[in-house]
Design a binder for this molecule. Sequence first.
Ligand code: AMP
Ligand code: ZN
Ligand code: FE
Ligand code: FE
Length: 280
Amino acid sequence: MRIDLHTHSSASDGTDAPADLVAAAAHAGLDVVALTDHDTTVGWDEAAEAAARHGVRLVRGTEVSARSAGISVHVLSYLHDPDAPALRGELARSRRSRVHRAEAMVERLAADVPITWQDVLDHSADAVVVGRPHIADALVARGVVPDRSAAFAHLLRSDGPYHVPHYAPSAATAVRAIRAAGGVPVFAHPGADARGRVVPDEVFDELADAGLAGLEVHHRDHSPAQVERLTAIAGRLGLLVTGSSDYHGSGKVNRLGENLTEPHVLAAIEEQGRLPVLGG
Ligand code: AMP
Ligand code: ZN
Ligand code: FE
Ligand code: FE
């Protein structure tokens, strides 16, 4: 069984439409794929229809933006009720804040490089969630940088002069809202230290108390040392261990199925989640 529990469509900052992403998952030989767009569930229905057509099982999820110890972090939610008010409210607030934040970043960037807010709108037409990758695409189109990665290397980096943060709930608030919605919260890429600072060990104790279900241990952005560290923490706290690609279509090098989750872990997630895994 090939199970990939973290992907993005053009509903957020991936480049494949939800149905195309599911088709790509089928062609990549995946048996199960999770659609986990940033701060939205808007791609779920299209993905579900495609999953039925392609014979792929679908885990409906969301990658929830959050903050912990002053650091921007991501909490994956699996199989939650999309209408549950607390989580729905937090996601709506993050999405709204993301628009103002992106406008503010473009204003700062425009002082030094050719870019307009209209450029970003042109490159986020399918998205209900605006992110730095859309600003990156606008910079690529203007010839400022060759690709998204080059944009993130300097102009868009979180500790750079053009960066503006957006609203996000605390990680503990996110975990509690996910559980209240019947979702299964898994801390996404908690050891991605090449992207910036990562949370210290005691944060996992706090989040486990709040209801955290698992850690995404196997991820491209984790060094062998981080995999070892996170595996030990998951063992100590009795947390599930997942592995995923974090596929973004052509926007990132991550390939579908490059990291996988074990079937018994998916079974535990399904048992804890309010919604069923579709198909199969
Ligand atoms: P934002 O959520 O708007 O702060 O943007 C962060 C998103 O940018 C993350 O979800 C990543 O998927 C994406 N990202 C981060 N670094 C890179 C990179 N080097 N190349 C492409 N995308 C990136
Ligand atoms: Zn992303
Ligand atoms: Fe993420
Ligand atoms: Fe992601």
